[in-house]
Design a protein around this ligand. Structure first.
Ligand code: CA
Length: 243
């Protein structure tokens, strides 16, 4: 694959003369963990029981939003008004409770190998997720031992406005001490891509869900890979092109 054009287009769009790569900002669900099928199942079931028309595909289209944003977006679309804080709390709790009954989500194929390659290149891997489960840090450490510094993880607890706003990615840059031209984003969801691009970052997507590749390009992805394994296999070529 030829990455030069995508990189040139990005530099022109964002007004950067050069990329000086120092960090890779990974989304979590659907990128590091193969967890989206469970999230889609849990959200669609809990929302349907509460009277929402909310399909599994809706879950993928809203992926990246915080729980509260997801519920409010669905409520405004269907009923013309946001949900009450009480309903939001109840639905988020019901979704988390249901999700907790599922088997532990496995790592995405190729994810740990890619993070190791990123580190071996002297780059800092970070995580930027809209998720905010209490066991999240333990789960990251047990699946990716020694690979992510807890100070380099941004969760829904850290930002008021989640994806598709750029805030989580801007906070990651601040936490890591990086500028936008020094980091790239790896996302799987349209709203996550939008957030990365809005933060001024070169954003690649791994299309690990059921959406069309074109949805990710339309959201602003510079390159879309068909899987995390492909991105992992292509890493050396991409890294060379980025430097
Ligand atoms: Ca995701």
């Amino acid at each position: 694959m030829n990455y030069e054009k995508a990189i040139q287009d990005y530099k022109q769009l964002q007004g950067h003369k050069a990329l000086q790569l120092r960090a890779v900002l990974f989304d979590m669900d659907g990128v590091l963990f193969d967890s989206m099928p469970y999230h889609a199942e849990a959200w669609s079931q809990v929302m349907s029981e509460a009277g929402f028309n909310f399909s599994r595909e809706d879950v993928y289209m809203n992926e990246g939003r915080t729980g509260a944003d997801t519920i409010n977006t669905a409520s405004i679309a269907q009923f013309g008004h946001p949900s009450t804080p009480e309903q939001i709390d109840a639905l988020c709790k019901a979704k988390c409770d249901l999700f907790a009954t599922y088997p532990p989500t496995p790592r995405m194929a190729g994810a740990i190998e890619l993070v190791k390659k990123v580190k071996a290149c002297g780059l800092t891997p970070m995580i930027v997720t809209g998720s905010g489960t209490p066991t999240l840090l333990d789960r990251i450490e047990s699946n990716f031992p020694g690979l992510f510094d807890p100070a380099h993880i941004v969760t829904s607890f850290n930002v008021k406005r989640g994806k598709p706003f750029p805030d989580p990615y801007l906070l990651a840059l601040e936490k890591g001490g990086f500028e936008a031209h020094q980091a790239i984003v790896v996302e799987n969801a349209p709203l996550g891509v939008t957030a990365g691009v809005a933060a001024g970052l070169f954003t690649v997507a791994a299309n690990t869900g059921p959406l069309k590749e074109s949805v990710l390009y339309e959201a602003g992805a510079s390159i879309v890979f068909p899987s995390m394994q492909t991105l992992c296999d292509e890493w050396d070529n991409l890294f060379t092109a980025l430097n």
